[in-house]
Design a protein around this ligand. Structure first.
Ligand code: GTP
Ligand code: MN
Ligand code: MN
Length: 365
């Protein structure tokens, strides 16, 4: 055996769902670059390449030490020739490489100012995107997510007492910031959750807390969406993409202690984009995803909406390739036994899949 073979690399499992991936790790310079390249490939519709870069990045996140030489990469899974070549190029002229890649994909986007200047016709979602562009670029903090959690809880309990609300996505995985806040809502009495979303959004709208929302209805039917159907990662829960109007907290605007006549900008449907929401305002726009799940699917929905996206993808790949099972955010189907496997907890789902349970904080693949 050669002296310079890295034992951690030798032990690296090849599926992300077999590994522990912490939020803070030792290779963020490399993984940031690989993820920029992945995003690039995604914008160019090259999904295969994009996933390859994401897998490579994810392996480096799980490594318990910093990569110091190309030698370190040799025995790692998922680091194909292409990723290795990219890393080699980037480590030579690193800052330039990252910045150039960064600029390259950013220039492909038109700026919101351009859109306003040219008076483009925009749909309601695009208008909201332009109007709240600056706010939506700013990361959402955990503290803001907690305030939003309180609001969502209040809204849900006002319209359906006994409903359960769970924070999902990156914040459930322990992230300090996110691009949005995700919630999963259910009720222990199956059926009570039906038609819940419009009630929630109406309540929020009446309180002047919503800047934008678009709800899509639940369309899941076990018979149709089960094994007979081509695999599809989009789930079919009742779901709401929204933008919340979050009032600045008391501490962060001490200066004007006599608060604050809310300017409730009701969603009047002008076609011309309005000016962007200004920086010095006493509120900010925050993207929020709400999902409603029937109680019997709650464990699968919880697993499916916790992420990370790569962790989810790898779970599905593991299920299919290694276990002949099909996993979605609704159900787990065993193709050998021809039956759906019921679960009340995430732990049970990991057990069905023959995987060691990995807690949310270590699903940051
Ligand atoms: P940040 O929001 O950037 O902090 O990261 P995040 O991990 O929270 O990502 P995001 O909010 O985009 O998604 C959260 C989780 O929900 C991820 O695991 C996604 O895979 C999952 N998710 C998002 N959209 C869908 C969807 O349409 N269907 C399903 N099944 N899952 C989704
Ligand atoms: Mn999220
Ligand atoms: Mn989301």
């Amino acid at each position: 055996p050669k002296p310079n073979i890295d034992p951690a690399a030798m032990l690296m499992k090849s599926y992300a769902c077999q590994r522990r991936t912490p939020l803070k790790h030792h290779n963020s310079i490399l993984t940031d670059a690989l993820e920029i390249l992945a995003q690039n490939a995604e914008y160019n519709d090259n999904e295969g390449r994009s996933v390859a870069f994401r897998r490579a990045a994810s392996v480096l996140k799980a490594l318990p030490h910093r990569v110091k030489s190309m030698e370190d990469l040799r025995s790692l899974p998922c680091l194909g020739d292409h990723s290795q070549r990219v890393i080699k190029a980037l480590t030579g002229i690193f800052g330039v490489g990252v910045r150039t890649a960064d600029r390259w994909f950013r220039e492909g986007l038109r700026s919101p100012d351009d859109l306003i200047r040219t008076g483009q016709q925009l749909n309601r979602a695009q208008q909201a995107g332009v109007q709240y562009y600056n706010d939506l670029q700013k990361p959402v903090t955990k503290a803001e997510a907690d305030v939003i959690s309180d609001i969502v809880e209040k809204a849900v309990h006002a319209v359906l007492p006994g409903a359960e609300i769970q924070l999902m996505g990156g914040f459930r995985r322990g992230k300090e910031v996110g691009h949005d806040v995700d919630f999963l809502i259910t009720h222990p009495e199956e059926g009570k959750e039906e038609g819940l979303m419009p009630k929630i959004t109406n309540w929020l709208e009446e309180q002047g807390l919503l800047l934008y929302q678009k709800t899509t209805r639940n369309s899941y039917l076990e018979k149709m969406d089960g094994p007979a159907r081509a695999p599809n990662n989009m789930d079919r829960f009742e779901r709401c993409f929204s933008i919340f109007k979050l009032q600045a907290s008391a501490e962060s605007c001490k200066s004007n202690s006599t608060t604050s006549v809310q300017d409730i900008s009701t969603g009047s449907e002008t076609e011309r984009p309005r000016d962007q929401h200004s920086e010095e305002s006493d509120w900010r726009a925050v993207r929020v995803d709400l999902v409603v799940s029937p109680y019997s699917q709650f464990a699968f929905a919880t697993l499916g909406w916790t992420g990370s996206k790569l962790f989810e993808r790898e779970l599905r790949r593991w299920a299919g390739q290694e276990k002949h099972m099909s996993l979605s955010s609704h159900a787990l189907y065993d193709s050998k036994q021809n039956l759906y496997l019921r679960a009340k907890t995430e732990e049970e789902i990991f057990a069905y899949l023959g995987l060691e349970f990995i807690p949310p904080s270590e699903r940051n693949a």
